[in-house]
Design a protein around this ligand. Structure first.
Ligand code: NCD
Length: 307
């Protein structure tokens, strides 16, 4: 039963529960009109303590497309947070008014704290450099729809693997399915943190290797997951400037890629994917963003217990 639960970490739901969400998302994509009134009378609160376009809009449009309504803030300075209110108190109050909440926060663990004090489901919409489970639902749904499977895949994850929370969540999620191989492509300074290697990859016996250049491994990949260098999590600007253009995917680099490889990116893109790639049939990042809205519709409907 997903009703009443929160989603804080990609491992909070079983593989079977995820499947339930993906099946509903598939049906919403096929028959959107049938779901127009599913959440009538329900209210989503979006508590965004950190900037976002896609994630917040996709949550909000997801709720509106289910027939529900939305309140929230995208700028903590315009709420009582600026008066010093704690997360525990904010969520206690929000629980009185709304039926479900989505929270993004620069501090790791903040949505988890909120879920401990909340009487409504809380969804982690990204906490610092930690996790981003609904982006992972988006990524998994996109792979499931294009590759028709979530196992037996070779996935290259490229860019800022140190601070990129989408990558951390995706590694966690993919390590649960059989026979996936992960290739981690990053400069030395932006490698995946050791705890992820130990606790996710080694613990689950996931085959993985590290690489420095996209060109050296691209021919092996079924999925190439590009990410932006996470400027806001750097301690000094010099390091950011030195590393920001480490990877730029272009048509030339794609020459040796498989014909049916898919290119994903959680977006926003900065420089990592040249615009010329947008016209390549393997570019899936915009469709992926659209899937993000549908999977959030399915997720919220399940957590609110309306479907
Ligand atoms: C990601 C995030 O916020 O972590 N964006 C998103 O939610 N689609 C990726 C990023 O900001 O680089």
């Amino acid at each position: 039963m997903l009703k009443g639960r929160s989603l804080i970490d990609p491992m909070d739901f079983t593989v079977e529960e995820l499947e339930e969400i993906f099946k509903l998302a598939d049906d919403i994509i096929a028959n959107p009109k049938e779901y127009m009134h599913a959440a009538e009378g329900k209210i989503l609160a979006t508590l965004f303590y950190e900037p976002s376009t896609r994630t917040r809009f996709s949550f909000e449009t997801a709720m509106l497309r289910l027939g529900g309504q939305v309140v929230g803030f995208s700028e903590p300075n315009s709420s009582s947070v600026s008066k010093g209110e704690t997360i525990a108190d904010t969520i206690r109050i929000v629980s009185c008014y709304a039926d479900i909440a989505a929270m993004r926060h620069p501090k790791e663990g903040a949505p988890k704290v909120a879920s401990m004090y909340s009487t409504i489901p809380v969804i982690n919409a990204g906490d610092g450099g930690h996790q981003h489970p609904t982006q992972t639902l988006t990524d998994l749904l996109t792979m499931r729809r294009t590759k028709k499977r979530l196992s037996n895949l070779t996935i290259g994850m490229c860019g800022d693997l140190k601070f990129g929370r989408t990558v951390h969540s995706l590694i966690k999620a993919m390590s649960r399915y059989d026979n996936n191989k992960i290739i981690l492509i990053s400069p030395d300074e932006l490698k995946v943190p050791e705890y992820i290697k130990k606790e996710m990859l080694d613990k689950n016996n996931v085959e993985y290797k590290e690489a420095k250049r996209i060109e050296d491994v691209i021919d092996e990949l079924d999925v190439l997951y590009m990410t932006r260098v996470q400027k806001e999590r750097f301690f000094n600007e010099e390091d950011y400037i030195r590393l920001k253009d480490s990877y730029i995917l272009n048509e030339n680099k794609l020459k040796s890629a498989k014909d049916d490889m898919i290119i994903l990116h959680p977006l926003p893109r900065v420089n990592e994917i040249s615009y010329e790639v947008d016209n390549d049939k393997r570019a899936y990042y915009f469709k992926q963003a659209k899937n993000g809205m549908y999977v959030r519709m399915a997720l919220m409907a399940k957590l609110m217990g309306v479907l």
